[in-house]
Design a protein around this ligand. Structure first.
Ligand code: FMN
Length: 336
């Protein structure tokens, strides 16, 4: 089930990938992810127009270092004339893969026809894919939801279109745009697409939070899986999944691992961000790490209320993680 995967000439060490997460999969997040060697990781989505206009804030989304390879950049946009220039920029920056976002449900993104709005304009989407594939040597991938709503499922049509356009992998989140993050990701639909695919890799996505859910999607015929919310506060999830599914070994997650990893993540953020931004970022990141620890409510509150980085560091470093235990929280409730 766990295996290397080839995308065109690119050899990926594993078929368990880490997702693009706007506002989350930033440089510090990816530094942490890289320690656990996912098969591929992605930047947050960035607008094609902003890249082509050379906006520095957008280029910052694309910061990466050598530890993060293999790494893909995700583009968001709906203009087939701009797409090739944006893809070429990404290729020239040294990315291994370029991905097109066709899943973002947010109105601000869909109102100009981008993100999941492309699921309603498949002719345009096809045109963009053709333009992308023509413009770069690196593999082009595309990430979709199964449709705009239940009455307009497009996952099977997308297999056809993506194959015809020469796309290398199609990632399918088994929810519709209308669903947002409610309910479950429909794995039967992902399986249908995987059984129809001839020349393209189908990457299953949605509700993977542990080795069992990873296995459930892999045995349905996907070439690989993409973990999204399951990576938040758990940069080790790749190793946890791989060890469990290949060696039946349980990756040991202890309160100490949580503390040490949070402290490392703290350092990464402080090194990368200005102090005010770092503080805001750390309040969010701290809650991810601490959410499953019973007995850590007091620390969560302290982290959330910290007024300075020094104060936050002191709270985390001096908190006694001994004696904390894990409780199963609803992982899917994160940011959904
Ligand atoms: C905070 C947040 C940000 C996201 N940002 C992106 C993004 O930039 N690009 C994208 O294709 N999907 C994005 N997604 C969707 C995820 O990549 C993924 O498809 C979705 O969360 C389902 O997977 P999961 O159930 O494992 O979380 C985002 C999801 C969340 C919760």
């Amino acid at each position: 089930m766990i295996k290397p995967l080839k995308l065109k000439n690119l050899q990926l060490p594993s078929n368990v990938w880490y997702a693009p997460l706007a506002g989350c999969s930033d440089f510090p997040f990816r530094r942490m992810s890289a320690k656990y060697k996912p098969g591929l990781m992605f930047t947050e989505m960035c607008k094609m127009e902003a890249l082509v206009r050379k906006e520095s804030s957008t280029f910052r989304f694309l910061d990466f270092d050598p530890s993060m390879h293999p790494i893909g950049a995700q583009l968001c946009g709906s203009d087939p004339l701009i797409a090739p220039t944006a893809a070429k920029i990404v290729e020239d920056l040294g990315f291994d893969v370029v991905d097109l976002n066709c899943g973002c449900p947010v109105d601000k993104v869909t109102k100009d026809g981008s993100g999941s709005a492309l699921l309603k304009t498949l002719d345009r989407l096809y045109e963009i894919l053709i333009a992308l594939v023509k413009s770069v040597e690196i593999p082009v991938t595309v990430k979709i939801r199964v449709g705009w709503d239940d009455k307009h499922l497009i996952h099977l049509k997308m297999v056809e279109l993506a194959e015809a356009a020469g796309v290398t992998a199609l990632t399918i989140h088994g929810r519709t745009r209308e669903q947002g993050y409610r309910g479950f990701s429909n794995r039967d639909l992902i399986q249908e697409a995987a059984s129809k695919a001839k020349s393209i890799h189908i990457i299953g996505n949605g509700d993977i939070f542990d080795p069992e859910s990873a296995k459930d999607l892999l045995i349905r015929g996907c070439s690989g899986i993409l973990v999204a919310r399951g990576t938040m506060g758990k940069p080790w999830i790749h190793q946890e999944i791989v060890e469990s599914l290949t060696e039946q070994k349980e990756f040991s997650v202890t309160p100490w691992l949580v503390k040490n990893t949070l402290m490392e993540h703290y350092d990464e953020i402080v090194r990368y961000e200005a102090p005010r931004k770092a503080l805001l970022s750390l309040r969010r990141v701290g809650c991810w790490y601490l959410r499953d620890l019973s007995g850590a409510k007091q620390l969560r509150d302290l982290v959330n209320r910290s007024q300075s980085l020094e104060e936050m560091y002191h709270h985390i470093a001096s908190f006694d993680f001994c004696g904390l235990s894990f409780e199963k929280t609803d992982a899917s409730s994160i940011l959904a």
